[in-house]
Design a protein around this ligand. Structure first.
Ligand code: AMP
Ligand code: GLY
Length: 450
């Protein structure tokens, strides 16, 4: 019997727990979470403790009490807090990088410099600022730019010209505020890129990298890619493990960048990165560019890949821990997936909280429908919204149309002050993505549907 600890609170962790539960290995799962997530409660057979997963003494107490063979850290905040370093002190192996390696996500300047130092392609034109000196002339030269403070900012730190900031003066004011808040925090300013974004999540054991499937997330709150940015309203992946607007060569390039980054991290930090490398890429007219790396699975993107994993996930995790990812074959079902997040009305700016939702109309999860619980709290009288993304519905089908219909039908069955994006995974939205790429490339590189 293996004892496994899971740390986190969200839908991503519920998807990870589901993949562990599908394992043929006997497993005892214990979860430390910030709320009474019914998915995690069920999958851990009631071994769910409520506590702060960023707090090192809470983590230590929980790990000593549950005595795991190894642990998985779901979100980024515990990685930044040094939870992996703490667990390693206790001789507990982890799926998740140390604090130093997690700089790949927690410091935008670290990652840009890493690519540059190791001659890895993918950086846009960028400059790192530690004060306002020289910033104005750089911004004026760039014309359109993106401002990215170092550190985890919960999706609120990155400011894109034309969306959040509309002039050089706006940008200077924003950066002045950032330096006043924290004079030691560098700010990266980079050229604004145009193209379609996609995610490639890869397993890494420190020396070997194994890719999962490319996925596209949807950050905007409302249909038609309108409204404010969110943590991600839903995502899709295709049965051929490609995306309609990407060539195989581009996917290979993204994979090469990810592998090169894993080698660079080993050389630079002299530590093995054991966990997930999440590459957020954008295909642009100037070639493939790296938007960001994250040091954990994506939420929602994990929900598109783990349900399709044919290889036993516990075996994959143990190969990561043992450094033997090159010795196993990691396979995924050739199916399409569409994930739709049901979120509180008003999310993300003024979300409904503490309101009850009714999920009694939802069908039972099956091979075709996965239900992952995120920011919901189960109380004696029902399931309550807590203000963030609530429940993810993942349709799995022979093609996108089938997967989309399953997810859409399930999303409509949740009653209460909630909404979801009806357009994710639809042919109309996918055609819009293809049209966007055709526009970016001009007629020369016309892409066909499908
Ligand atoms: P990040 O936190 O780096 O993922 O940035 C958040 C979002 O800002 C990304 O998902 C992109 O949509 C956008 N973004 C980041 N960097 C750029 C860039 N250089 N050009 C255009 N958009 C960007
Ligand atoms: N879906 C974006 C993220 O997980 O960061």
């Amino acid at each position: 019997m293996r004892r496994i600890n899971l740390f986190g609170k969200d839908g991503r962790l519920d998807a990870i727990a589901a993949a562990i539960r599908r394992s043929l290995r006997p497993v005892e799962l214990s979860v430390l979470s910030e709320m009474n997530n019914p998915g995690l409660f069920e999958k851990s057979e009631g071994r769910l403790s409520i506590g702060n997963t960023d707090n090192l003494s809470t983590i230590e107490e929980f790990a000593l009490r549950t005595n795991p063979d190894w642990a998985i850290i779901g979100p980024e905040e515990p990685l930044r807090a040094g939870v992996v370093d703490k667990l390693m002190e206790l001789e507990i192996s982890c799926i998740g990088p140390t604090r130093s390696l997690a700089r790949l996500e927690t410091s935008k300047s670290f990652t840009r410099e890493l690519l540059e130092e190791y001659n890895i392609p993918g950086n846009p034109d960028y400059r790192i600022f530690k004060s306002l000196d020289g910033m104005e002339s750089y911004l004026r030269r760039k014309g359109e730019f993106v401002v990215k403070p170092d550190g985890l900012t919960g999706g609120k730190g990155v400011q894109v010209f034309g969306e959040h900031i509309h002039s050089v003066e706006d940008a200077l004011l924003y950066c002045k505020k950032l330096f006043e808040e924290n004079p030691n925090r560098p700010v990266v300013i980079e050229e604004k890129l145009d193209g379609e974004e996609f995610t490639l999540q890869s397993f890494c054991d420190g020396r070997h990298v194994v890719d999962t499937i490319v996925v596209q997330d949807h950050k905007r709150a409302y249909d038609g890619d309108t409204g404010p940015n969110t943590g991600g309203m839903g995502s899709y992946s295709c049965e051929d493990h490609r995306l309609p607007f990407l060539s195989d060569d581009v996917i290979k390039e993204a994979s090469k960048i990810t592998s090169a980054v894993a080698s660079a991290l080993l050389d630079k930090c002299q530590q093995e990165y054991k966990g997930i490398l999440y590459g957020g890429f954008m295909m642009t007219q100037g070639g493939l560019k790296l938007i960001e790396f994250n040091a954990r699975f994506g939420d929602p993107e994990v929900m598109n890949v783990l349900p399709l994993l044919k290889t036993d996930f516990v075996d994959v995790c143990e190969a990561i821990i043992n450094g033997t990812l090159d010795k196993i074959s990691v396979e995924f079902e050739k199916k399409a997936t569409v994930c739709k997040y049901v979120v509180p009305r008003g999310y993300p700016t003024q979300p409904e909280k503490e309101m009850r939702i009714d999920i009694s109309d939802l069908p039972a999860p099956s091979d075709k429908l996965k239900i992952f619980y995120a920011s919901v709290n189960k109380k004696p009288d029902g399931l309550y919204l807590t203000g963030s993304r609530a429940i993810a519905l993942v349709g799995i089908g022979a093609n996108l149309a089938e997967a989309e219909q399953i997810a859409e039908d399930a999303a409509n069955r949740i009653k209460g002050p909630v909404r979801h994006r009806m357009d994710i995974g639809t042919q109309e939205l996918i055609q819009k993505r293809i049209n966007h790429m055709n526009h970016v490339f001009g007629k020369k590189h016309k892409l066909a549907v499908g």
